[in-house]
Ligand binder design. Structure first.
Ligand SMILES: Cc1ncc(C[n+]2csc(CCOP(=O)(O)OP(=O)(O)O)c2C)c(N)n1
Ligand SMILES: CC(=O)[C@@H](O)[C@H](O)COP(=O)(O)O
Ligand SMILES: [Mg+2]
Length: 595
């Protein structure tokens, strides 16, 4: 049955699955693209989320779902932040307003959420390997008709992992189609030699040999990724060709919303905006405490202006990490290396080995990808790289792919590495200052997404003693030991409580080395000890305290508040703290039973 309708404004209304989409006349697809774009803008303008990337692939999404036979054919969206159109057209239109909200659908493809989400994503550059895995599996299992398609962006394909996938795929006869969605942007402008090459291909100035053909791919392109009839035609043709194929499409990030096209960095994930004008929603004008990322970004400039040996590195997150301030002020010493966390870490190691003072800023969750480099290239050689791990803790709406809750657990077991979690903005500044004065070891400084508490934070920096904790409040019966900014929540809770004299509060910014003198004193003087952190309760800060108690042979009740042993969902951070049981109420309830 053909779903053609004379009321052209309501095509999307009728599309609840790719089956409905496939029953449209091809000439109606253009109208569907208009409606899909409007729908995405409507929802994201009020519910927030990733905007530009999804707007850019509206036509591509429609064409892929129109031509291929999903979910039998496998379709993988790399990173997945551009998959909103895919979600809307694959049965989630009516619940799309719950996107990224607590209890709602995920902002990324998720296998459990839909059979149309062939593979869960969130971290970039995984699609080619996963797709190849499925295609080789199809060969082994005799699923010879099945098609396998991955959509990967120009920034993500420049990552090592994507190249590893291409390198393997090129010597197989696996039936895969890689759609390279080239908009010349990551979150920030794409960087690197491959970007230059792709630009040359687009402008017709590339040398004769095509890089993808050299890797044994059947290459098509570059074609206009907003030309729906052309996309449909090309995809239908490629459907008939066996083996590894790459279709190079050119798109505009933010397509269809003028402000988003003009300011692609801001509109990657713009927050709330006016859906008609695209104008960002104005803040209420109140003076706010700074974001931790800006404390990092402004402090490194301050330090680097005085110390020529300081360099900064970010793997593709200049805006998110605020290293952009240094890239503007001292471009020759600030490097955006693209989505290349492993390279970023070993690059830092090389620079540190040659005497530079290196601040390597990586989101906690993305450092997971460079674990071996941290151990083998930095810690084993005891190179004093200064890792600044932004987005540590529960990050909110991005959810489990992005929560920075494992870093303490995966770093704590690495010899030579110091781990520090600042209570506030000044502590972050002071540790950055101290680290650049010269440390004997590498250090990981972990701090959260969002704002701190201090308005007047650009004070002169002070050297701090490595491995020192501090008492924030005296008490007689219970000792609460916190690490990081979650300590501020404990201070607030103590103000709320009726009998605060019984509770002492200690701040342990150094997770490693622990302040053994102070900790021994606490273990000796209190019957009941509570630790709290915004990371995994397994092998976290609390575990370190338990291990220490065991080593010194002091047997006390030690209660650990940390993120439990499961993947925490997405949503507003307050709700997530509650879900993880590390919110104010949960701690208060626990403490009150002993007062
Ligand atoms: C391993 C990893 N590093 C960094 C990121 C953060 N990140 C998310 S999207 C993105 C840019 C992706 O650019 P591209 O692949 O070109 O897709 P586009 O947004 O242009 O569609 C980055 C760096 C990530 N998700 N995963
Ligand atoms: C898709 C992705 O990985 C990024 O866009 C991420 O969502 C950025 O997170 P922040 O908003 O915390 O910078
Ligand atoms: Mg891109």
């Amino acid at each position: 049955m053909c779903l053609y309708t004379n009321n052209l404004n309501s095509i999307l209304e009728h599309i609840n699955s790719p089956k409905d989409l496939k029953s449209l006349h091809q000439k109606d697809l253009g109208q569907l693209a208009i409606e899909l774009r409007e729908f995405i803008i409507d929802i994201v303008s009020v519910k927030e989320g990733h905007l530009g990337a999804s707007l850019g692939v509206v036509e591509l999404t429609i064409a892929l779902l129109y031509v291929f036979n999903t979910p039998v054919d496998k379709l993988i969206w790399d990173v997945g932040h551009q998959a909103y159109g895919h979600k809307i057209l694959t049965g989630r239109k009516d619940i799309f307003d719950t996107n990224r909200q607590f209890g709602g659908i995920s902002g990324f493809p998720k296998m459990k959420e839909s059979e149309f989400d062939a593979f869960g994503t969130g971290h970039s550059s995984t699609s080619i390997s996963a797709l190849l895995g499925m295609a080789l599996s199809a060969q082994l299992q005799g699923k010879i008709e099945r098609q396998h398609i991955a959509v990967i962006g120009d920034a993500s394909i420049a990552s090592g992992m994507a190249f590893e996938g291409l390198n393997h795929a090129g010597v197989t006869n696996a039936n895969i189609l890689i759609v390279l969605n080239d908009n010349a942007m990551g979150i920030d402008p794409s960087v690197g030699a491959l970007k230059k090459y792709l630009t040359n291909v687009k402008t017709g100035t590339a040398k004769e040999e095509n890089i993808f053909e050299c890797l044994n791919f059947h290459y098509t392109g570059p074609i206009d990724g907003h030309d729906l009839p052309l996309l449909v035609q090309q995809l239908k043709q490629l459907q008939k060709i066996e083996g590894p194929k790459l279709l190079h499409v050119i798109t505009t990030k933010g397509k269809g919303l003028q402000k988003a096209e003009e300011n692609q960095v801001t509109y990657h994930a713009p927050g709330k905006f006016d859906r008609q004008t695209g104008e960002l929603q104005k803040k209420n004008g109140a003076v706010e405490a700074p974001k931790f990322q800006d404390v990092f970004g402004k402090t490194i400039v301050e330090l680097a202006l005085k110390n020529e040996k300081i360099v900064g590195i970010t793997p593709a997150m200049p805006t998110g990490s605020s290293l952009k301030y240094m890239m503007e002020a001292i471009p020759e010493r600030a490097y955006d290396v693209g989505i290349a966390e492993q390279h970023a870490v070993t690059l830092a190691a090389g620079m540190a080995a040659d005497g530079l003072i290196v601040f390597c800023n990586i989101y906690s969750t993305f450092l997971q990808r460079a674990y071996d480099q941290v151990i083998h290239d930095v810690a084993l050689q005891n190179l004093p790289v200064i890792f600044c791990l932004d987005r540590a803790g529960l990050v909110g709406e991005d959810g489990p792919t992005h929560h920075g809750v494992f870093d303490i657990a995966y770093l704590r077991c690495i010899p030579n590495l110091t781990i520090f979690s600042p209570l506030n903005e000044m502590a972050l500044r002071n540790i950055m200052y101290t680290a650049q004065l010269g440390l004997d070891h590498p250090i990981a400084i972990r701090y959260p997404r969002g704002r701190g508490k201090t308005l007047n934070w650009q004070l002169p920096m002070k050297k701090i003693t490595i491995g020192k904790g501090e008492i924030l409040k005296k008490g007689t019966k219970i000792a609460i030991i916190s690490t990081g900014p979650i300590g501020n929540m404990i201070s607030d809770m103590l103000i709320d409580l009726d009998e605060p004299d019984e509770i002492a509060h200690y701040n342990f910014p150094f997770i490693k080395p622990l302040d053994s003198v102070l900790l021994k004193e606490i273990l000796q003087n209190f019957e009941h000890i509570i630790t709290i952190e915004d990371g995994s309760s397994i092998n976290g800060f609390g575990s370190a305290v338990l291990e220490f108690a065991n080593i010194v042979g002091i047997n006390k009740i030690i209660k650990i508040f940390g993120v439990p042993d499961n993947f925490i969902t997405h949503g507003n951070t307050q709700k997530l703290y509650k879900k993880a049981g590390i919110d104010k109420m949960s701690v208060k309830k626990y403490v009150q039973q002993f007062l």
